[in-house]
Design a protein around this ligand. Structure first.
Ligand SMILES: Cc1ncc(COP(=O)(O)O)c(C=O)c1O
Length: 390
């Protein structure tokens, strides 16, 4: 069980870089670097079914994750979340195969644990002594927990109006919490400046190669849970886009390995009405997005006004025949109640947004009720109790 990582590659020009050095964006184009694996060797040496009997965490896919020595893995048991087949929601919507990937059961209550575990483990392997991280809230909570476990200096930067749960979980884990007047892009600028000043590594999403690798494991796990089959569509609440980008990359790797066959699922990106740069770019046929001015939504994870990796999100949506749509905060909050009362899953507003998106796309006949669809509930509603009245 060791990584088959071979090198890093610039997602714009394809230039290669070694993976045994600390590196953020690609020095050539200043864009996203992807981890690449020796898939030919992996395909010859590993049988996909041998993974199934391993412990139920994302590290079951260690060969397709970036860490060489298992001793460097910083884990709290992330991944291994259930793919729940819905009964009541499916019935209500006239569907037969509607699933929810319940990421709220991860350590720190969101899918962020996966990306942070991968990136901090690799940072330990590369001997960093500390890191900075800008975050809408949930990634900061995860960073604080994994940073504490790794014994690393952890400085997080989040908007001053981020959810109280995120501030408290950061403080209780002993991380240095910096509240920023502004949004995640403003937090990002401060995190980079402090990292430079103090010689720390900046773990901004997609500005280092490994958080996307951890998020990729959501997709690997989902297809394994479906008997190594892909669904027809995946509906994902999109902020910075790491989840979509990671899963799209992961499915390409599984296809190249021959571990799965067929077409990638349609990637459907759901954003908030008050912050929808990807929806606008998709509708305009643009390859990149423009800054969404005065971004506002109660789904803090979707308040990313100008995603750094917009070109990769748009590629995943277009190449798979997917789409992008926006929903209102009121609809999301209504869907928190609806998902919880129909299936017993209490979602974050971001996760609830996927149910709203599904309903709109069924109405518009973009999706057919006979298609198999997976909604990603990226976080637990317990982190957003102030959105629930009474
Ligand atoms: C609960 C939740 N869902 C979704 C997102 C957006 O994730 P991504 O960056 O993968 O688009 C976030 C990001 O903060 C989040 O916290």
């Amino acid at each position: 069980m060791t990584s088959y990582i071979s090198h890093l590659e610039c997602t714009v020009c394809g230039k290669s870089y070694p993976h045994d050095q600390l590196i953020g964006v690609s020095p050539c184009c200043e864009k996203v670097l992807f981890a690449r694996y020796d898939l030919a060797k992996l395909g010859r040496e590993v049988d996909r079914d041998s993974l199934v009997c391993r412990p139920d965490t994302m590290w079951r896919y260690a060969e397709l994750l970036p860490v060489n020595d298992p001793a460097d893995i910083v884990t709290l048991g992330e991944g291994g979340t259930p793919l729940i087949k819905t009964f009541n929601l499916a019935k209500k919507l006239g569907m037969t195969n509607l699933y929810i990937k319940e990421e709220g059961l991860n350590p720190t209550g969101t899918f962020k644990a996966r990306g942070v575990s991968a990136a901090i483990s690799k940072a330990v392997e590369l001997k960093v002594n500390g890191f900075t991280m800008p975050s809408a809230g949930n990634a900061a909570g995860a960073a604080a927990a994994y940073g504490a476990r790794a014994g690393l200096v952890t400085k997080v930067f989040m908007p001053q109006d981020a959810p109280a749960a995120n501030k408290k979980e950061t403080l209780v884990a002993g991380a240095d919490l910096n509240l920023v007047a502004g949004l995640i892009n403003d937090a990002g600028r401060e995190a980079v400046a402090v990292a430079k000043e103090l010689g720390l590594f900046d773990l901004s999403t997609l500005k280092e190669p490994y958080r996307a690798e951890g998020k990729k494991s959501m997709g690997l796990e989902m297809v394994q849970q479906l008997g190594w089959k892909m669904p027809d569509a995946v509906i994902y609440p999109t902020g910075g886009g790491t989840g979509i980008i990671g899963m799209y990359k992961g499915f390409k790797e599984l296809l190249e390995l021959g571990w799965i066959e067929g077409k990638q699922p349609k990637f459907i990106s759901v954003q908030a009405e008050g912050c929808q740069p990807i929806v606008r770019a998709f509708n305009d046929g643009a390859a990149t997005s423009e800054l969404w001015e005065n971004a506002t939504t109660k789904a803090d994870g979707l308040r990313v006004p100008h995603p750094f990796a917009d070109y990769l999100i748009l590629e995943a949506i277009r190449e798979t025949g997917g789409t992008a749509l926006a929903v209102t905060d009121q609809e999301m909050i209504g869907a928190m109640y609806e998902m919880a009362s129909a299936e017993g899953i209490f979602p974050a507003p971001e996760g609830a947004a996927t149910l709203v998106g599904l309903k709109h796309l069924l109405e518009q006949k973009f999706l057919d009720p006979n298609e198999s669809v997976v909604l990603f509930n990226t976080g637990s509603g317990y982190k957003y109790l102030d959105l629930i009245s009474g």
